[in-house]
Design a protein. Structure first.
Length: 159
């Protein structure tokens, strides 16, 4: 869970998505959707196991455009459908560098504002994620992919 003063350890990205909150939430919580859009531009995702429930895991591999494979693991720590999801994200279940994330889904008329807030264990790990792995741009690209995918489902324009 995210609490306290975390400004020097966090990354926040958000996007307005041209779809109702329930659909945006579903796209984040069903593996058949996630594998279609998850990750930055040029990445693809292959799931090894997925169980969306508090305490459940998503074990997956992200394939980078250069062929690099990134082992990834998420466990869901809170689910309040369709408003918010809390999770821990790392390379494996026992990753000492795993970070906490809070996703909020806020209705905005016919659209949904999604906010992804990641809090790292240390400022140094946050800085490494930003500088080495381009986490801010990657988060923005991931939300763009989500917006594009949901637009394909609804037949609406991507905002």
């Amino acid at each position: 869970m995210i609490s306290g003063d975390t400004a020097d350890r966090e990354i926040v990205v958000s996007r307005l998505i041209n779809a109702p909150r329930e659909l945006v939430f579903e796209a984040f919580t069903e593996v058949r959707h996630l594998e279609q859009w998850w990750g930055p531009a040029g990445f693809s995702t292959k799931t090894r196991s997925f169980e969306f429930r508090v305490g459940g895991d998503w074990d997956f591999v992200m394939h980078g455009p250069d062929g690099t494979e990134y082992q990834e693991w998420i466990t869901w720590s809170e689910i309040d459908a369709p408003a918010r999801i809390s999770m821990v994200h790392g390379e494996s279940r026992d990753d000492p560098n795993a970070f906490a994330s809070l996703l909020t889904f806020e209705p905005d008329g016919e659209q949904t504002r999604i906010v992804m807030r990641a809090v790292f264990p240390t400022k140094e790990l946050r800085d490494e994620a930003v500088e080495k792995y381009h986490a801010i741009e990657g988060g923005e690209q991931t939300l763009h992919n989500l917006a594009t995918y949901v637009a394909e489902l609804t037949g609406k324009d991507v905002d």
